[in-house]
Ligand binder design. Structure first.
Ligand SMILES: *[C@@H]1O[C@H](CO)[C@@H](O)[C@H](O)[C@H]1NC(C)=O
Ligand SMILES: *[C@@H]1O[C@H](CO)[C@@H](O)[C@H](O)[C@H]1NC(C)=O
Ligand SMILES: *[C@@H]1O[C@H](CO)[C@@H](O)[C@H](O)[C@H]1NC(C)=O
Length: 413
């Protein structure tokens, strides 16, 4: 009985808090227009101000405040930024660099992360990978809140994810040119590969994984992105294409590794984010770095891989085409923005790698004024595991806040 009442209190309060957060948080450049406050938003005025100070002194870096309150000048109009999404983190596609950008976004926006509940999985930044099975129990509990973010390794399973996530959650995917992907993933967890002179060539001289529906070398990306196992061995091309279209339709944006920065700009536009949100380190972008990865392959060997991983090739073709269609639809200004973004990001990196410290970046055609400081620079270099820790901290803090609120409420009544 008591439990039930407390839960109702909690639910009510969280609704207020969430509503409050969404109306007090400047979101995008049309913020000033968002001023409708539901009547119940006034209920907990006192607690609201407390929450506000929490937000200001808590996990939001100080720079965020100035970014968020700066007045936009002549930026293109945009609705509300998307703050509930799932990122399907496909191994060896620059998904690590993407993870770092998206984790920062999630942290900055106080998103409720479905963080792996199992320590073993958390350490490997793994959620539903490799099985694709996902229930609420796989996420660290987050009482009273619906999850709004998944960024750890998962296999796309839309029905299962939709059940766990906030309604209306969007999906982001990533895909890499399959031969490049093969060159890179081949060396992942492979000891044999280090001993042989030309492991890629030797591997492709014989056929492999015939009986497997998918493997590290065979339709790995398609599988992770949600292409069903039962159709992996289909010989019916139109059936495969039909399925690829279905799978692609689940995603709001699919990043293409070969055009990673362009993809981020497209994402920014579709999700109504700021350029600030997609700043990233220029340190390392999953380049093919070893000589063995770069080895030249014969046409026959390439053909062997094309046959083995046929669905990945078909899917890449489709997604790359779709990507370029969307870029074309954005108009020539898209490229102006890409150039602007690359220059801006380069400047930010140069600053962080030299003097560091505080610097104001004035508003320009494609971005609002923002400030970076030494914490920002430090975070820019954080690796995935450091960001995974930061995500863990967000979940912890949110749960602690909820606990405090519950405690207060039970004292009040
Ligand atoms: C692969 O096969 C070709 C043609 O049979 C041969 O010339 C080449 O040495 C082989 N490569 C490796 C790495 O075994
Ligand atoms: C191939 O798949 C298409 C679309 O699912 C279907 O209409 C067609 O009958 C299939 N063809 C064969 C030969 O099974
Ligand atoms: C992706 O599509 C574009 C535009 O059609 C094409 O020029 C490019 O070669 C494709 N990229 C790859 C890696 O196939």
């Amino acid at each position: 009985m008591v439990m039930a009442r407390e839960f109702i209190f909690l639910a009510l309060f969280l609704t207020c808090v969430t509503t409050y957060m969404s109306i007090s948080f400047p979101r995008g450049w049309k913020d000033t227009e968002i001023s409708v406050k539901p009547a119940f938003a006034n209920l907990y005025a006192a607690k609201r101000s407390k929450f506000k100070s929490l937000m200001q002194t808590g996990y939001l870096p100080s720079t965020q405040n100035s970014v968020m309150t700066s007045v936009p000048t002549s930026l293109p109009t945009c609705g509300r930024p998307v703050t509930n999404f799932v990122f399907i983190k496909v191994h060896k596609t620059a998904s690590g660099s993407t993870f770092r950008v998206l984790a920062r976004f999630g942290r900055n926006h106080g998103m409720t992360i479905c963080y792996p509940a199992l320590r073993r999985k958390a350490r490997h930044i793994q959620l539903s990978y490799p099985s694709g099975k996902l229930t609420k129990d796989d996420c660290r509990p987050s009482p009273g809140r619906k999850y709004s973010l998944i960024i750890h390794h998962s296999v796309m399973n839309k029905p299962a994810m939709d059940r766990v996530m906030e309604p209306g959650t969007k999906y982001i995917g990533i895909f890499r040119e399959p031969l490049n992907h093969f060159r890179s993933i081949f060396f992942w967890k492979s000891r044999v590969a280090r001993r042989i002179e030309n492991p890629l060539g030797a591997f492709l001289n014989t056929t492999h994984d015939r009986k497997k529906t998918y493997s590290k070398h065979k339709n790995f990306q398609a599988y992770t992105m949600g292409f069903p196992k039962r159709l992996m061995t289909s010989k019916n091309e139109s059936q495969i294409y039909e399925e690829i279209r279905t799978v692609a339709g689940w995603y709001s944006v699919v990043l293409i590794t070969e055009y990673w920065e362009e993809s981020l700009v497209l994402l920014r536009r579709k999700f109504c984010w700021r350029l600030y949100d997609i700043l990233h380190t220029t340190q390392k972008l999953h380049a093919l770095h070893t000589k063995k990865e770069h080895v030249s392959l014969t046409t026959e060997q390439e053909e062997t891989h094309r046959k083995m991983s046929n669905i990945d090739y078909m899917m890449y073709d489709y997604l790359n085409k779709t990507f370029w269609q969307r870029v074309t639809n954005e108009g020539p200004e898209f490229w102006e923005e890409v150039t602007y973004y690359k220059t801006l990001n380069g400047e930010v990196n140069k600053h962080c790698n030299s003097v560091g410290g505080k610097r104001v970046f004035p508003a320009g055609k494609w971005s609002q004024e923002f400030v970076i400081d030494s914490p920002f620079c430090k975070e820019l270099k954080w690796k995935e595991d450091r960001w995974a820790d930061a995500c863990w901290d967000v979940v912890e803090r949110q749960n602690e806040e909820t606990k405090q609120i519950l405690k207060k409420l039970s004292g009040v009544k």
